[in-house]
Design a protein around this ligand. Structure first.
Ligand code: F6R
Length: 607
């Protein structure tokens, strides 16, 4: 993770670097720092914690300079302290880094043996000291970086400024994204186009292995072999305005409430609304001929793909695996070259998902992305990208990205079912109708959001919480537990309701809240029986179902929540709302940092 920004410019850069760091804060907020070149010397300010702390530091002691680099950190090696904050500086350079330098321990040992001293616990400082060592041996900045890159192992992006070299930033990309922006007499570098948005919309992405000399006049880009290369410059779509919270207290709440609208936008992109049928973009391959689908993602995106597994299996009658990217990429599973691998990611930059994508491509599989950030690495590297159109998701806990991922994959499942003739047009239309109704039904649930604030009092007082669901609501139970853990710091587990009796039921006692997601589908009676089992053991059940289900448990559950009637196919969309709202209000009651929970970052670009 971590965010990188840089300006090789002609006017003061500190304020602009700071503004861009705010846009990158989603990538980490353990510490932040800026270094600029002032009369050929390096000046830097760093602060532990969020960007506001760095802003306060800069207000106390402003930074001059027309060329500089900045960084916001998600700690990997070394605690989130000021000493470990980037930029790391030596007597010759300052450097910022995103990713991990895997051979840092060996290099550190070697550099210490050569007489160098270290002032942080980070892997990053090894790169700074290594390049310094090469400069001290007489190499130019360009040659020193080229030589150092050959010695650094891992996935990373780097940006470096050099003492006595005003106007020069050298950057390198290996595994972690890096974009260049071009302005009038200024050149910019950043981890993503959003950070560069207020500076420039003319963007070029460095490709894997690329590195570049950046000056106010432009950039000379080299490939891994050191050959000068050109990379296409395109107009970025991202808006220059920082996304605000509107009237909401937190981005998470705003994004939960945006779901009816963004879901409608997403459905417009993947359904021919007049025909009530799914619409896929033109493909260079026939997805209906795939013998197997492998759905790959991390965290919430993985849970979305676990819902989609049920849909694709049922509607398209095709074998589907839903895989955690971090496990899949190292498993050496036999890959079927006639299969399709589908990658689900909000950011499009998640390191494990990206690595899994490259692994599948190298093995000849067709690849599809379900991605929210259109300019992201995954969106650019898949054969076909199906956009989720959720708009910028700023809250670290994923909400609207989840339901829009579901929307894209639901329409995909209908499309593949139709193409494979495992469903007919009548059924496809009925399913599409059910999806088209979702935004309106979501609005009904959101209008009653206050009830979840009341229910959250029970969860906020608990030490542990269990979520139960069956069928497509089983991944929802997993997602509910993840949401609660990450924003409220309360331990929670999601289980398939039928699995409880195989062990976890031992956890149930009269203080354990159990949140049950029980839409009125073909599994309702089974879930209801499992609920009887936990009620019999004293659990405090929050039972979420339709009117009939709510009535059934009204007297015995701690609370029931009545959800609107929907086709069971559309239930995961609606049942996502209670789990999101329960997590949100519980976190608010616990007083956590809802939008930026501890230890997390929005974009996980380390493995
Ligand atoms: C949880 C959450 C994470 C992400 C995961 C994948 O609320 O946000 O679990 O879903 O890190 O991120 P993307 O979707 O960007 O690949």
């Amino acid at each position: 993770m971590c965010g990188i920004i840089g300006i090789a410019g002609q006017s003061a850069v500190a304020d602009r670097l700071l503004e861009s760091l705010r846009r990158l804060e989603y990538r980490g907020y353990d510490s932040a720092g800026i270094a600029t070149l002032v009369d050929g010397r390096i000046e830097r300010r760093r602060a532990e914690g969020k960007i506001d702390r760095l802003a306060a530091r800069l207000a106390e002691e402003p930074l001059a300079g027309t060329t500089g680099i900045g960084h916001t950190r998600w700690a990997t090696h070394g605690a989130p302290s000021e000493a470990n904050a980037h930029p790391h500086a030596t007597d010759r350079l300052a450097l910022v880094h995103n990713g991990i330098i895997e051979n840092h321990a060996a290099l550190r040992k070697e550099l210490i043996a050569r007489g160098h001293r270290f002032s942080s616990e980070t892997d990053t400082e090894v790169a700074a000291v290594l390049i310094t060592d090469l400069l001290a041996g007489g190499a130019s900045p360009k040659d020193a970086v080229a030589a150092a890159l050959k010695r650094l192992e891992g996935a990373f992006a780097l940006a470096i400024v050099f003492v006595g070299k005003p106007g020069l930033i050298i950057v390198a990309r290996r595994g972690s994204p890096l974009a260049l922006g071009f302005g009038q007499g200024e050149t910019y570098i950043g981890s993503d186009a959003m950070a560069l948005a207020p500076l420039s919309r003319r963007i070029a992405y460095l490709e894997e292995g690329d590195w570049a000399e950046v000056t106010p006049d432009g950039a000379t880009i080299y490939d891994e072999a050191g050959r000068v290369v050109a990379r296409p410059v395109r107009m970025a779509e991202s808006t220059g305005a920082l996304v605000g919270k509107g009237n909401y207290r937190h981005f998470m709440l705003k994004e939960i409430h945006e779901q009816p609208v963004v879901l409608g936008d997403t459905l417009k992109g993947c359904l021919a609304l007049d025909m009530r049928l799914p619409r896929l973009p033109p493909l260079a391959f026939k997805p209906e001929e795939a013998t197997r689908w492998t759905l790959i993602g991390c965290g919430t995106a993985h849970y979305a793909s676990r819902v989609a597994k049920y849909w694709l299996e049922e509607l398209a009658q095709v074998p589907v695996e839903s895989e955690l990217a971090s496990e899949f990429r190292y498993r050496r599973a036999p890959l079927d070259p006639k299969g399709i691998a589908l990658f689900v990611s909000q950011s499009g930059e998640t390191a494990d998902t990206l690595a899994a994508l490259r692994h599948c491509k190298a093995n000849g599989l067709h690849t599809i992305g379900v991605v929210n950030v259109p300019e992201s690495s995954i969106a650019r590297e898949v054969e076909v990208s199906l956009p989720t159109n959720a708009g910028p998701e700023i809250g670290v806990a994923s909400t609207k990205a989840f339901t829009t991922q579901l929307a894209v994959m639901a329409t995909l499942a209908i499309a593949i079912g139709l193409a494979r003739r495992t469903i007919d047009e009548k059924r496809a239309r009925a399913l599409a109708e059910a999806l088209i109704e979702v935004p309106a039904r979501m609005t009904e649930v959101l209008a009653r959001a206050a009830q979840f604030r009341t229910l959250a009092q029970t969860l906020a007082a608990a030490r542990d919480v269990i979520y139960l669901g069956r069928g497509t609501c089983y991944p929802l139970a997993l997602e509910g537990a993840l949401k609660l853990k990450e924003v409220s710091y309360i331990h929670a587990e999601g289980y398939a309701a039928g699995e409880l009796k195989h062990g976890p039921i031992a956890l149930i006692d009269d203080v354990m809240p159990v949140v049950v997601l029980a839409p009125p589908d073909h599994l309702y009676e089974k879930t209801a029986s499992n609920v009887e089992e936990v009620i019999a053991r004293g659990a405090k059940v929050i039972f979420i179902s339709d009117a009939r289900g709510a009535a059934q448990f009204k007297d015995r559950a701690l609370a029931t929540v009545e959800m609107p009637d929907v086709d069971p196919f559309a239930a995961p969309f609606l049942y996502a709302l209670p789990v999101q709202l329960l997590a949100y209000y519980t976190a608010v009651l616990r007083g956590t940092d809802v939008d930026q929970p501890r230890n997390l970052a929005k974009s996980v670009t380390v493995e």
